[in-house]
Design a protein around this ligand. Structure first.
Ligand code: FVT
Ligand code: MG
Length: 354
């Protein structure tokens, strides 16, 4: 039956029903979208996307010391944790059914150098945290970021020469960093550096060294973004970073380029791909998911967290609702999972409501 303006064409010349005349201001609509929204049970029944704790990866910041939690000023509610405290939060993650934790180190400034050598120390903070978590909670997934920025004195993700970030030389170091993390017991290697060719090189090295089961989640479409500011506070690279990262991270104006980046990383052996940041790049998440049908992740980065948490702390928005709305938005865009500093809060809410 053809339909025009809500009233079937075949019925347009039929006499109007008496009740229509009585309730005269009412429109003669056959279709009323609001019926399916009339109550909570009806809304639940037609809901298209649901956020569960299985969708969450919880990023944590690890710092040297003992029994200490240091707040990150620009990320209200997020702390840097000593290894013993990381283990406590890993327990919380397990209790909340969060499948995976991501680790980022705050490296002592005295340990940072031009080459990021601390990245290759088998006893660095990340490796200590991986071993401690795996010892107590072997069933929780641990993801380690591969890039040199937490370890370099200049704050860049790679080796630098005359102000240029070197690609192939950096990849050689990243391969060693990935092997160091795999040896510590890391489950998922997540290269975030955006050097060309690093996924293939890391995959080959993992396979050659008996780590065939270690997965790779590639930060495949990572944009040069202003939203990383609070993260750089958290890992202590904000003050030391010289220049910007636009010669290796993507230009925020580009979309087709993201598909090329993702395609290459899949061809090189990525098991999962990621888009980062999240909220300003939902269109990229959707394109990547539709195009490749790969396990697709999105990183709701520190600046996105800070916008919501900061506005909520000022009483400007309902923080909990804004958090859940942003997270289900990622699901709607096609993400299979989300790295988010809201992970414990969101999982607690999900648990309380189930
Ligand atoms: N490689 C990890 C990050 O750069 C995280 C950025 C953020 O949360 O802002
Ligand atoms: Mg790439």
């Amino acid at each position: 039956m053809a339909i025009k303006f809500g009233r079937p064409i075949e019925l347009r010349d039929a006499p109007r029903r008496q009740s229509d005349a009585l309730a005269s201001p009412s429109l003669d609509l056959t279709i009323r979208m609001r019926r399916n929204r009339k109550s909570e049970w009806a809304r639940r029944l037609v809901r298209e996307n649901v956020l569960t704790s299985n969708d969450l990866i919880w990023p944590m910041f690890v710092v040297d010391g003992h029994n200490t939690r240091t707040p990150v000023a620009s990320m209200p509610g997020v702390d840097r944790l000593t290894v013993d405290q990381i283990v406590r939060d890993a327990e919380r993650a397990a209790r909340l059914n969060i499948p995976c934790i991501a680790l980022f180190p705050f490296t002592e400034p005295s340990l940072r150098d031009e080459q990021g050598s601390e990245a290759l120390n088998p006893d660095n903070l990340v490796c200590q945290a991986v071993r401690a978590i795996k010892k107590e909670f072997p069933d929780i997934g641990v993801l380690c970021d591969v890039a040199l920025d937490p370890f370099t004195s200049h704050g860049h993700d790679g080796l630098i020469e005359d102000g240029r970030i070197l690609n192939d030389e950096t990849v050689a170091v990243l391969v060693k960093q990935a092997l160091t993390q795999a040896e510590a017991g890391c489950d998922v290697i997540a290269p975030s550096d955006m050097m060309d060719g690093r996924i293939g090189a890391i995959r080959e090295a993992l396979d050659d060294n008996g780590f065939g089961d270690v997965q790779i989640m590639s930060y495949a479409a990572k944009y040069a973004s202003a939203f990383y500011g609070p993260f750089r506070d958290a890992i202590g690279s904000a003050k030391t970073l010289t220049g910007d990262k636009r010669t290796y991270q993507m230009d925020s104006a580009n979309s087709d380029e993201a598909l090329r980046e993702v395609e290459l990383d899949i061809a090189e052996g990525a098991d999962m791909v990621m888009v980062k940041p999240g909220m300003p790049y939902l269109d990229i998440v959707r394109r990547v998911k539709d195009h490749f049908a790969m396990p697709t992740f999105v990183y709701q980065v520190s600046g996105e967290y800070a916008m919501i948490a900061g506005a909520a702390a000022n009483g400007w928005i309902d923080g909990e609702r804004a958090m859940m709305e942003s997270l289900v938005g990622f699901k709607r865009a096609g993400a299979d999972g989300i790295l988010t500093y809201f992970a414990p809060k969101a999982a607690e809410k999900i648990k309380a409501e189930s």
